[in-house]
Write a protein that binds this ligand. Structure first.
Ligand code: BGC
Length: 496
């Protein structure tokens, strides 16, 4: 019979998820690329430090706007179209950034590319979650985080490759590099199908079934269709923006915003930021410290995210969360200790600091990194999944901004006089427009790291009550669980 022609195909799903996850590579690349480019465009355009700050903040602002405005659009126009538009913005944004003739233009280009970062950060995990077979969903959505970490690493390496001290315009090719993955995503997405779940929400049952037959385990296809149908028929009224704030969805909202709060407030980006400084303290001179700090952290981040792919659908979300977050709390506490007693610990303490940064990154990479994006793509019902996960992603970017903005203030607040960490760094001199080596007092991050550890402890308590075990649970059953007013803790695999 001709009906048999389209078989369930695991490899196909992996290919689909990998192509879509290139959105993560662009996210990682475009957030990481700026650090290596700054010294070059700052000198090239002779910019003040505050102007440089405006350029870096523009990307973050763009991400917030992108996540804020487009969730509903992905519910209306579909997941595939949303990602296609994102890919176009990534490509144009990379060209615009590399070509920018002056600093103002660079601000707009970064703002523009930030939009794509914000949109892709919820639409890609959402797309993958909706197209994955239940049993592989965790692993496939985590590919997004894996590609974020690869993107960050690639950005450091490509910055290194293009950095040429005799050419102040070295920053241009660094930005242009983003065109390559952007084009890959654009062309690849063009050939990928729309998700069966979104099609179903638009009443396109036949198309939805055809796709499900190719990607879902055969025994679960009709089950998924029936559940989606049931939901859609039961709740026919249009899902407006206010729907997401209905009482029965409050739990899903708390979960999405909460996991992103913890992901950002354990200080991931400040630890990543601080790592080159720690290498400087150990005795690597400026440029080498930057390279070794950034690259070693980048490599560990990638390797342990790979490890998480193998565990997330086996151990489950909750176990990984508790293991990872406990490790994060302990390493933050230990890192704080090392900084508190750094003079007494001498050289040994310096190497301990590096080791704890690596351990911290490893624990983050197996847990909060992938879990944040996975959970926000799973917990919302189909009708509001776009807008719901965009709220999760918006929270991520807002919290990211708050942590970045408050880090130095917390460091200052907790630095006892004379306990600051001194490094020799090349700083931009706004009068001579050159980089001059200065001794810099960085303050002492002990207070900040202990504060993040404390948030991590709160996160353990929060997770006990709010983190659902979504492993092996079809998306439609998660939705039913909230409708029945049940607790997140009571959600588990149910093979009924
Ligand atoms: C976080 C980013 C972080 C990255 C590091 C992501 O999941 O959202 O803020 O820089 O992981 O791997």
């Amino acid at each position: 019979m001709i009906k048999e022609e389209k078989k369930y195909n695991k490899n196909l799903v992996v290919v689909i998820a990998t192509v879509a996850a290139t959105g993560g590579l662009l996210f990682g690349f475009d957030t990481g690329v700026i650090s290596g480019a700054i010294p070059f465009f700052q000198q090239d355009f002779q910019l003040s430090n505050s102007m440089v700050e405006n350029i870096t903040t523009a990307g973050l602002v763009g991400a917030v706007i992108g996540a804020m405005l487009t969730g509903k659009l992905s519910d209306i126009f579909g997941r595939k179209k949303t990602i296609l538009v994102t890919a176009i913005i990534f490509v144009l944004g990379a060209i615009w950034s590399g070509w920018a003739p002056n600093a103002n233009m660079l601000i707009f280009a970064r703002l523009f590319i930030g939009l794509a970062i914000g949109i892709s950060s919820f639409s890609v995990p959402l797309y993958i979650a909706e197209i994955s077979p239940t049993k592989m969903r965790g692993r496939l959505v985590s590919l997004f985080q894996l590609l974020i970490t690869i993107g960050i690493l690639v950005s450091y390496l490509s910055d290194l490759a293009f950095a040429n001290n005799n050419n102040l315009e070295s920053w241009r090719p660094m930005f242009y590099m983003g065109v390559i993955p952007g084009l890959f995503l654009l062309i690849g997405m063009f050939f990928l199908p729309e998700t069966p779940r979104w099609l179903m929400s638009k009443g396109r049952e036949d198309e939805s079934r055809k796709i499900l037959q190719r990607i879902e385990e055969p025994g679960l296809v009709e089950d998924s269709i029936q559940r989606m149908k049931g939901e859609i028929e039961k709740y026919k009224e249009r899902a407006g923006f206010k729907e997401i704030f209905r009482p029965w969805l409050r739990t899903a909202l708390i979960i999405a915003v909460g996991i992103m709060f913890i992901q950002q407030f354990v200080g991931i980006n400040t630890v990543i930021y601080y790592s080159p400084k720690i290498f400087m303290i150990v005795g690597f001179e400026g440029a080498r410290a930057d390279i070794w700090g950034a690259v070693s952290v980048g490599v560990i981040n990638v390797l342990f995210t790979v490890l998480s792919l193998f565990m997330i659908d086996k151990l489950g979300r909750r176990k990984l969360y508790f293991i990872g977050l406990s490790g994060i709390v302990v390493s933050l506490f230990a890192l704080g200790m090392v900084f508190a007693f750094h003079t007494a610990l001498g050289d040994f303490g310096k190497w301990m600091a590096i080791s704890f940064v690596w351990i911290y990154i490893a624990f983050f990479a197996i847990s909060l990194g992938p879990l944040g994006w996975l959970i926000i793509s799973e917990v919302f019902p189909l009708r509001v999944r776009g807008i719901g996960s965009s709220i999760g992603s918006l929270s991520n970017w807002l919290f990211n901004g708050v942590v970045a903005f408050t880090f130095f203030k917390i460091v200052k607040l907790f630095t006892a006089s004379g306990s600051g960490i001194i490094t020799q760094e090349k700083l931009y001199d706004e009068t001579t427009h050159t980089f001059v080596t200065h001794a810099v007092d960085n303050g002492n991050p002990v207070g900040a790291f202990w504060f993040y550890a404390f948030i991590g402890i709160l996160g353990l308590v929060w997770g006990y009550y709010f983190l659902p075990e979504t492993k092996d649970v079809p998306l439609e059953k998660i939705e039913e669980h909230w409708r029945q007013g049940k607790k997140p803790r009571d959600l588990k695999e149910r093979v009924d």
